[in-house]
Structures are given as C-alpha cells and as structure tokens.
Write a protein that binds this ligand. Structure first.
Ligand code: SAH
Length: 347
C-alpha cells in the first residue's frame, strides 16, 4: 500500500483524515507542530500515544531531505546536496546575511526549461517536488546548522511555476502560523516567464516577491538563450508582469545574468530601460556563472558598472548582486551535475 505524504497535508486535511479514521481530531495540531518542526519519523512525536504513532506509521510517510554532500564557502555560504526519500537529489544554498539566514531551494528535480547558460537544464528533468520535499530542504538545513531560517527564495533547481500546485501548497504550509511561520514578504519566487501562471499567481494576491529571469532586452537575444521565449515573448511576459504588479501592488524584480558580448552592451541596457519604463521594477544584475559547455564568459566589472549607470539614469533601480559561494559551486545545478558524473564547473 502506498503511504500518504502527510507533511504535504494542510492542518484541516490532517484533521479530516484523523476524523475519518476514528482517531481524535485534536491530535492534528500536535502532529502538524511536529511535522513543521522538522521531525523525520513518527517515533519522535513523543507526546502522542504509542498506538497513534504506530497507526500513523502504517498509513503515512514523512518526506525528508538527507544531507549527502555539504560544502562550506569561506564567506559562510553552505551548499547542500540533499537526497529525497526515493533517492533523487536536489540542491539548496544557505546564505548568511546581516538580517539573518536565507535559503535558496529547489522545486523540481532537474528542469524542463533548458536555458542555455544554466547547469540545471543540462542534466534534464526527472520530476516535480512535492510540497513536503520543498519544505524539507529548509528544515534539514536548519537542523544541520542549528539555526532558524527567516528568508526563502524559490530560485534553486527547477521552474516553480511549472510545478504550480505543489508550490502554492508549499507557500501555504511554510507561512502557516502553526508551522514554520515564514511570512510571504520573506519569500521570493523566481520564474523564467511562464506567462499563463504569472496571471494565475497574480489572482492569489500573495505578498511574495516575484523575480523574473529576463536576461535579455529583446526577443532576438532571449530566443537564443531561453527557449521559453519562443512560447511567450518579452512583450507578452512584460504585459503579464505589469498586470501582476498592478494586481498585487508589489514591485517586480528582474534578474539579468550578464554574459560577455551577448547581452551586456550599452545598447542592451538602453533597450532594457525603454522596455521597463513605467513599471515599478528592480533589476538584479548577476555576472553569469561559468558552466562547462556553454562557452559564456562573465562581463567585466567595468561593464557591470556601466550597465547599472545606464539603467539608473533611465529611471530603473539596479544593483549587481553580490556573488556568494563562488568557491563552492553555489549556483544551482552544478553540484548535482557533478554528483551524477557530469564535468561540472570550471571556475
Ligand atoms: N526557473 C527559475 C528559477 C531557477 S534558476 C528561473 O528561471 O527563474 C535561478 C536563477 O539563476 C534564474 O534567474 C536563472 O536564470 C539564473 N541562472 C541560471 N544559470 C545561471 C548562470 N550560469 N549564471 C547566472 N545566473 C544563472
């Protein structure tokens, strides 16, 4: 018999399950507390009767993320390779900022999007993560380091909006006051631009930060680097972003990986400024990480500065993102690729 994934259930769903099985419904809150405190087996739920623990174990399983590899950077960044209950592996990156701990987590094993600069797509797509597996990455990192994480970014392996239902359920669970209680304002979701899902997300009016991986000022460049652009072009994507910003009242964050000679010329910055006019935005510039096989090179520091200047003078706020963990292959997809025997990163 297949066991039910209990950590993906909401509190009211657990209550309903207990009720239906003739178990005391009030136990649900205790179970929920244990699950979201990060226990990995029912025997740890010490304030439940032995009989109830036995019954739970018979019918349910608890998703967990076991640390199979861990790398610590000189700057305090920790990169994890986690193994899930079925043996699949995903990556997460824990970062320490002055305001606390932030974790970048995965939403899929692999990715279907195949962006030309990204290591994750190079190992293909295996499956979506369940809500509980997305949660487990946070819990396992907290346990491993003995810390409390305050910020979460869905910017690891996978495309969150391509695993929409599980990601929404994860958001509900992680922000639950009886659970980990991480508020939406402390969560960012990054997408390559699945336009129909951006509209759907806008209707939920969540207070999370939407990050859009733009990486190009026009369709000619974006078609070359991001296959998703052939389905929804920049015009359609920006229209959805405008709708999202207006519906939620939240400023959109645009990611722009600067690749030498591809998208980092002055005219690219000018074209980008024109396209983003009138929208409340923040542009995050990231010097592209070298990934074996892409041949892409980082833009120079001088180029990065120049790009910021052009964007700012055109009225877009822009910053170059501080690169953390570059000595440990912290950008996602690189460690799993290496683990699977790929050649990985050269830097
Ligand atoms: N699928 C989502 C989230 C995962 S990727 C998305 O596309 O947004 C997280 C971020 O890292 C994205 O902005 C992605 O474009 C960027 N990224 C991927 N490979 C990179 C590389 N080699 N250098 C810099 N940024 C990269």
């Amino acid at each position: 018999m297949n066991k039910t994934d209990i950590k993906s259930l909401t509190l009211s769903e657990i209550q309903a399950e207990l009720l239906q099985a003739g178990q005391p419904k009030y136990r649900a809150i205790q179970i929920f507390h244990w699950l979201h405190r990060g226990v990995s087996c029912f025997s740890e739920m010490t304030d439940l009767s032995k009989e109830l623990r036995y019954w739970l174990d018979e019918h349910y399983e608890i998703a967990w993320a076991v640390v199979v590899e861990k790398r610590e950077s000189r700057d305090g960044t920790v990169k994890y390779l986690f193994q899930l209950n079925d043996g699949e592996c995903v990556e997460s990156v824990l970062m320490h900022y002055h305001h606390g701990y932030s974790i970048c987590i995965s939403t899929q094993v692999g990715c279907k999007m195949n962006c030309s600069f990204c290591a994750t797509g190079k190992s293909g797509y295996s499956r979506d993560l369940t809500s509980s597996e997305i949660l487990s990455q946070i819990q396992s990192a907290q346990k491993n380091q003995g810390i409390k994480i305050s910020n979460v970014v869905l910017m690891g392996m996978g495309e969150p909006l391509d695993n929409f239902d599980n990601v929404l359920r994860f958001l509900e669970l992680v922000s639950h006051p009886e659970g980990m209680n991480i508020g939406m304002r402390h969560i960012s979701l990054s997408t390559c631009g699945i336009v129909n899902k951006i509209y759907e997300l806008a209707e939920k009016k969540l207070q999370l930060t939407l990050s859009v991986s733009l990486h190009a000022p026009n369709d000619i460049i974006r078609n070359q680097t991001m296959p998703v652009n052939q389905r929804w072009n920049i015009g359609e994507l920006l229209k959805a972003c405008r709708y999202y910003a207006q519906k939620t009242g939240r400023r959109i964050s645009f990611e722009y990986a600067m690749i030498h000679g591809i998208n980092d010329m002055d005219w690219c910055a000018r074209e980008l400024t024109t396209r983003l006019k009138g929208m409340p935005v923040h542009v995050n510039l990231i010097p592209v990480n070298d990934v074996t096989g892409t041949g892409y090179k980082k833009s120079s520091l001088e180029r990065q500065k120049r790009f910021v200047d052009i964007l700012e003078s055109g009225g877009c706020t822009a910053t170059v993102r501080r690169t953390l963990g570059s000595d440990i292959e912290a950008s996602c997809g690189q460690l799993r690729r290496k683990h699977e025997g790929g050649k990985g990163n050269e830097s």
